[in-house]
Design a protein around this ligand. Structure first.
Ligand code: UD1
Length: 418
């Protein structure tokens, strides 16, 4: 199994090209089910998660090809509204296909995603949403069997803001009869992109980017041939934090700074120098004099939970102690034990983490537990004296496009080994 070997204590200098967003490309690929022709998605990241989604679409009859940073999807021959367990279990976002399959075919058989590296991560909001739109849902052998005549618009109040449930309900309701309102809808840029994409196919979605999205159902959608994925704000945030922690000066290209305002303001409070341009950010740091800054994760535009682990590492280097409150996933702290093995001193109590500052990081052999946790371990190893190894890096390959190549290019000593 591949692992990373990292030699720490090198500052980072140069340019990094940020890839398209994982959390945007996956729902766009699912939305291709609603298209009846050739769609080219550009600025796509090279990730194992997009390959999983491609395999899922192929099982249903679509043709999917990857060429450079483009994914070409021909949905003309899609005829099998079925998402098997073997694919859904490896990636929860596979569940995104439920909404578009139901609205296109009036039926769908989709495996329940099952467990996750942290917490239960249920899909009850998705299912309740489909029921509110008139679908009949049964559970058989771990599969959701959903059936409906034409879906009917309704007012849906999500118990809590959910990115996935918002996306799924959107893709189901665009072809419903009548109007739908999603309350407690996600305002994340990736969901905004999905809304704009559906509108370009003829859907009528308004109040995009707010927590109450309105959908006027239409009788049919037209085909669309291209869309370009927005930049990955989580990858951008990871590189900003990496340079803040190791020290150096790096320009991030292909970013949308407006999507990272909360992260930028936290980094500034932590005494990190940032120069923000229209589509690039220059970050510089001496890797010292980092101010402690308490943080709580929240739905967009709050601080993203997907950067919580990386922030924890940065705060371990700060001049004072600080804390983090995790409001999205109460037990997303699997990375703490591994970070502590690299010299951090973090204590978790319920949904809060208490972080000792001024840590001298030390090399260690550690193990990834999920996509973002792996990123925090890489940054920690880059800051530690000596040689560290990080195993189970298949987690990082799910969500980061060639991270070791991008880091090596700016001076990190990181090698992928078998
Ligand atoms: C998406 C992102 C993930 C990010 C997360 C939160 C994708 C592919 N993944 O995941 O990277 O960490 O948003 O920003 O976009 N919940 C329920 N029942 C449900 C659905 C959600 O209880 O049916 C809860 C979850 O357990 C969690 C909260 O709602 O506490 C938010 O989860 P959600 O926004 O749905 O996360 P995902 O869409 O799975």
């Amino acid at each position: 199994m591949d692992y990373f070997e990292i030699e720490g204590k090198n500052q980072l200098f140069g340019d990094v090209q940020i890839s398209g967003a994982k959390n945007a490309v996956l729902p766009l690929m699912a939305a291709s089910i609603l298209n009846n022709d050739q769609l080219t998605i550009s600025n796509t990241p090279n990730l194992s998660d997009s390959k999983t989604m491609a395999n899922l679409l192929r099982e249903m009859g679509s043709e999917v090809k990857f060429i450079d940073d483009k994914i070409h999807i021909n949905s003309q021959s899609i005829n099998m509204p079925y998402a098997p367990y073997k694919l859904v279990k490896t990636m929860r976002a596979s569940f995104y296909v439920l909404g578009p399959l139901l609205s296109k075919f009036g039926e769908a058989k989709v495996s329940l995603p099952g467990g996750c590296a942290w917490g239960p991560r249920p899909v009850d909001f998705h299912i309740e949403g489909m029921k509110k739109l008139g679908a009949k849902i049964d559970l058989e052998d771990g599969y959701i069997i959903a059936k409906s005549n034409r879906l009917v618009g309704n007012k849906i109040v999500l118990p809590k803001i959910s990115v996935g449930a918002t996306g799924n309900i959107l893709m189901a309701s665009v072809l419903a009869k009548g109007d739908t309102e999603i309350h407690n809808a996600a305002a994340e840029p990736e969901i905004q992109q999905l809304c704009h994409f559906l509108n370009s196919m003829g859907a009528k979605i308004s109040d995009i980017g707010t927590n109450t999205i309105k959908i006027q159902g239409v009788d049919s959608l037209n085909n669309i041939d291209s869309v370009s994925v927005i930049p990955d704000r989580i990858e951008a945030g990871t590189f900003l934090i990496a340079v803040a922690a190791t020290g150096g000066e790096v320009k991030l290209n292909n970013v949308n700074p407006m999507h990272s305002e909360t992260v930028i303001s936290h980094l500034k409070k932590a005494n990190i120098n940032l120069t923000v341009h229209d589509d690039s950010i220059v970050v510089s740091s001496d890797g010292k004099d980092i101010n402690a800054c308490n943080m709580e994760t929240n739905e967009y535009p709050g601080f993203p939970t997907d950067l919580q682990a990386q922030w924890m590492l940065l705060m371990s280097l700060a001049s004072e102690d600080s804390n983090i409150k995790e409001n999205i996933y109460f037990d997303r702290f699997n990375h703490v034990l591994e970070l502590n093995r690299l010299g951090c001193n973090v204590r978790v109590e319920k949904e809060s983490a208490f972080i000792k500052g001024k840590r001298n990081l030390v090399s260690a052999d550690v193990m990834s537990t999920d996509i973002r946790a792996s990123a925090s371990l890489i940054i920690a190893a880059l800051c530690a004296e000596g040689r560290s190894t990080i195993s189970r890096i298949y987690h990082i390959d799910r969500g980061y496009d060639k991270i070791e190549e991008k880091l090596s290019k700016i001076g990190a000593k990181i090698v992928r080994k078998k």
